[in-house]
Ligand binder design. Structure first.
Ligand SMILES: CSCCC(=O)C(=O)COP(=O)(O)O
Ligand SMILES: [Mg+2]
Length: 232
């Protein structure tokens, strides 16, 4: 019996194009000015120090900016970059430049599952701050009350089994009572190795007949909750 659902964002609850064509370009366009203007802020300074640690050398502010832009262009899931992106997106959400994208089927199912008593969690490479911003500013209003918690790369990388062991440990729920939803097979493989139930959101792509994960193209097909099972 599934007690809680842990879901990925990009490609799962929300469109990849929203992240690639709206969020990432907005962060890229504003990153240099943001870092220059906030380099000494207490919440930014340690992130810039983490960039140097991650890069393995002392960098000037301008070199830090160049390094961050390189990681952003390569879509590297480096924790200080993800934290800075969240801080930069805040202005975009607050000014109404964009809203957090959510597939209609994801919004409806998340609401229904919560009503049925399932606990819902997010696990994304985007920072917890960025996750909360996205769900607080959707076409469906503020959906943050649906979620009982959020995980980002501070718990570990999404393709590592240990991260899912850590999540199950923090939630104090046996892994076989947790369902993980993602669009990325390697993330699902890691979750399955930790004992999670898994479902692969294939959305518009063709199913993979070899995969060990149940595949659906919409949240409507998932069918968990009271008197339901995760089996196809
Ligand atoms: C919090 S939304 C921004 C998503 C993001 O920055 C990202 O890297 C996508 O990661 P995900 O783990 O949701 O695929
Ligand atoms: Mg994803």
């Amino acid at each position: 019996m599934i007690k809680a659902i842990v879901t990925d964002i990009e490609g799962t609850t929300s469109s990849i194009l929203f992240v690639k064509d709206v969020l990432f370009p907005y962060a890229r366009a504003n990153l240099a000015d943001y870092v220059r203007n906030h380099a000494d802020d207490p919440q930014v300074k340690p992130l810039l120090a983490d960039v140097c640690k991650e890069a393995g050398s002392e960098l000037s502010t301008e070199q830090i900016i160049t390094q961050l832009i390189q990681w952003l262009d390569e879509d590297k899931k480096v924790t200080p970059l993800k934290s800075l992106q969240g801080l930069i997106w805040e202005a975009g959400y607050r000014q109404g430049d964009f809203k957090g994208h959510l597939y209609p089927d994801a919004a409806a199912s998340l609401k229904a599952w919560k009503t049925e008593g399932l606990d819902l969690y997010i696990y994304s490479s985007g920072s917890v701050y960025a996750q909360k911003l996205l769900f607080a500013h959707t076409e469906y209003g503020d959906l943050t009350p649906l979620f009982s918690g959020y995980f980002d790369t501070h718990i570990g990388g999404k393709k590592e089994q240990q991260s899912y062991d850590n999540i199950a440990g923090q939630l104090a729920i046996p892994a076989n009572q947790l369902l993980f939803l993602s669009d990325i097979k390697e993330e699902l493989d890691a979750a399955k190795a930790a004992g999670f139930e898994t479902i692969w959101l294939t959305r518009d792509s063709s199913p993979d007949p070899q995969a060990e994960h149940r595949q659906v193209n919409s949240f409507d097909q998932i069918g968990v909750g009271r008197n339901k099972t995760t089996q196809a």
